[in-house]
Design a protein around this ligand. Structure first.
Ligand code: NAP
Length: 557
């Protein structure tokens, strides 16, 4: 490392392997200073180590300099002063003289800020601003321990900047900068890996972060790769897209216990923002004391981006990427990926034609598994036991609505436990295809009793169980709030009605079934049951489901 003069914070970071949390607080006007100081105090209590005062527009105010000096002097945490120019995504559009006046005033505060952030382009400018920036860096490099150090920074809000590595190398080699900082908008999850590679090869303390929905991994995993700091927001107002709050970082993500050995998992879907998997698995990882974090990863709905993303995540060894939950529309791609990479497709996934879980066996080989089938069977059997039965599905007559991925998994799950299945779907040909496939024996897998029928069959025959595997009733879907079951279908206390839809927790179908006296199982139970099988496949342990019953209960809506 070639740090000319190491300040206290950077030496703490290096001696103890600490990655700091800097809360970024924008302060637009002089009358916002007191409120901003309160926010910084609250962030300190939540666990922030530094505060970045973002004073872009305040710097243009005629009383801005004295307000900024107050922020620095009364700051409850060591601080960074940043006047971000419009050219790099900030709001400062004032003159060179105004910016220079702020830097000079802030540097003279007692105590002064720990750091002043200067854009690389400004630092190299052959004008008065560039001269002032270099002068601040020169003073900080003299053995003057209380002078602010310079963070040289580069930002690109549009995407990955061209010449990224040469710009970073430039920041590393300039003796004027104490810290090099590069931040760009991630186009996909793969950009995070480039941020990690930069951190891993750093020649001086470095901040490398990705913005936007694809960049969260770089923010949370900065400690795994020795990043100098990560930025967080104090409340609703962050300074860049994708910043978590300090509380989220410390409590939900367990930021303080992330280290080199932290394992990484993902949930891949498109869209993915609705997924509950990060919340469920991260809570179970914590409860099991298993050092791992799971991230939502949005991957565009086709094979090429799916393959490229997973190949890179599994291929970058320092990431310790160990597995992924796969959701719509990639469950078939999951099988293809594992096949292409020489892994094992488990029989259930093979037969269903889709996998919702990819993991690594002890020998490092990938496996593809489908835990949706287990999720249906387990939650259904539990409900039958709650209703006084033995949970045995043999000989039970089960109707399944739908012929998509969930329906295939349900038909396989209950069919292979000996149930007699009728499958019905809006597009009848899809139900027929599933029935034909499952009615044939395949290798070791026996033929299943699965028949395709029209929806009207449900009102003519009696069923022990009816399972909705369509998306009808799902919040945000095209048939939100609707009941997929025709009114003529008789429901009573002898019927168990299960809905795969888990948002809302009580669908129109379940409300109707409850009114008819039927036993009900919600999609949340299935979700938790299938997630528990994923967790076991990844960690070798059953999660502590039920240790805190409220934690795994369905959300009220
Ligand atoms: P999918 O593959 O897209 O299948 C959707 C199914 O719904 C198809 O059979 C489709 O019929 C049917 N459908 C859609 N709109 C309809 C409408 N207006 N009327 C009648 N049928 C309609 O989806 P999936 O993966 O099977 O998921 C289905 C539901 O299960 C989703 O709500 C999903 O969130 C849920 N799910 C829950 C879990 C869990 O753990 N609880 C797990 C997996 C899935 P067509 O074939 O005619 O289009």
């Amino acid at each position: 490392m070639c740090v000319a003069h190491e300040d206290k914070l950077t030496s703490v970071a290096y001696s103890f392997g600490v990655t700091f949390i800097a809360v970024a607080i924008p302060v637009a006007r002089t009358d916002a200073v007191s409120r901003a100081l309160e926010s910084a105090q609250a962030a300190k209590l939540h666990g922030a180590d530094l505060v970045e005062w973002r004073v872009d527009t305040l710097a243009e105010d005629s009383h801005g300099s004295s307000a900024i000096v107050r922020l620095v002097q009364e700051s409850p945490l060591p601080c960074i002063v940043t006047v971000r120019d419009e050219s790099e995504g900030g709001a400062f559009s004032g003159s060179d003289d105004e910016r220079i006046a702020v830097w000079r005033a802030a540097s003279k505060a007692v105590p002064p800020p720990a750091y002043i952030d200067v854009e690389l382009s400004t630092y190299h400018a052959r004008d008065s601003m560039g001269n002032s920036a270099r002068e601040i860096a020169r003073i900080s490099n003299m053995e003057k321990t209380d002078a602010p150090r310079v963070i040289l920074s580069f930002h690109d809000f549009r995407g990955r900047p061209p010449g990224l590595s040469s710009r970073v190398a430039e920041m590393w080699s300039d003796p004027g900068s104490a810290i090099a900082k590069v931040v760009w908008t991630a186009r996909t999850a793969r950009d995070n890996i480039e941020a990690f590679e930069l951190l891993a090869s750093r020649a001086k303390p470095t901040i490398a972060l990705c913005m936007g929905e694809h960049g969260l991994m770089s923010r949370v995993l900065a400690p795994k790769f020795g990043g100098f700091l990560t930025y967080a927001r104090a409340d609703d107002h962050g300074t860049a897209p994708g910043q978590p709050t300090v509380e989220e970082l410390v409590h939900n993500w367990g930021f303080r216990s992330i280290d080199q050995s932290t394992k990484v998992f993902g949930v891949i879907a498109y869209p993915v923002s609705h997924s509950r998997s990060p919340e469920i698995h991260n809570r179970w990882f914590r409860a099991a004391n298993f050092n791992a974090r799971l991230f939502a990863i949005a991957v565009a709905p086709s094979w090429e981006p799916f393959k490229a993303t997973l190949a890179e995540l599994f291929g970058y060894a320092p990431l310790d990427f160990c597995g992924v939950a796969v959701s719509m529309p990639h469950k078939e791609n999951a099988i293809r990926f594992v096949k292409e990479f020489g892994g094992v497709i488990e029989q259930s996934a093979q037969r269903i034609g889709a996998a919702n879980t990819i993991g690594k066996s002890a020998d490092g080989k990938l496996f593809a598994r489908n835990t949706d089938a287990d999720g249906v069977v387990e939650s259904l059997a539990n409900a039958m036991r709650r209703a006084g039965g033995d949970g045995d599905l043999r000989g039970k007559r089960i109707a399944i609505l739908g012929a998509g991925g969930a329906a295939r998994a349900a038909a396989f799950g209950v069919g292979s436990r000996g149930a007699s299945v009728v499958i019905t779907n809006r597009t009848a040909s899809k139900a027929k295809k599933i029935a034909e496939e499952f009615a044939r024996a395949l290798g070791d897998a026996p033929a299943l009793d699965v028949k395709a029928k029209a929806l009207s069959a449900l009102s003519k025959e009696r069923f022990d169980v009816i399972i909705n595997c369509t998306s009808v009733g799902m919040d945000g879907g095209p048939a939100a709030g609707q009941n997929p079951l025709p009114a003529e279908v008789v429901l009573d206390e002898h019927v168990v009605v299960m809905d795969a839809v888990y948002a809302p927790a009580k669908t129109a179908l379940l409300l109707h079934a409850e009114q008819c006296g039927a036993k009900c199982v919600g999609g949340w139970e299935m979700l938790i049951a299938q997630a528990a099988h994923q967790f076991e496949g990844w960690t070798g342990k059953r999660p502590l489901v039920g240790a805190d019953p409220s934690a795994d209960a369905a959300p009220s809506r």
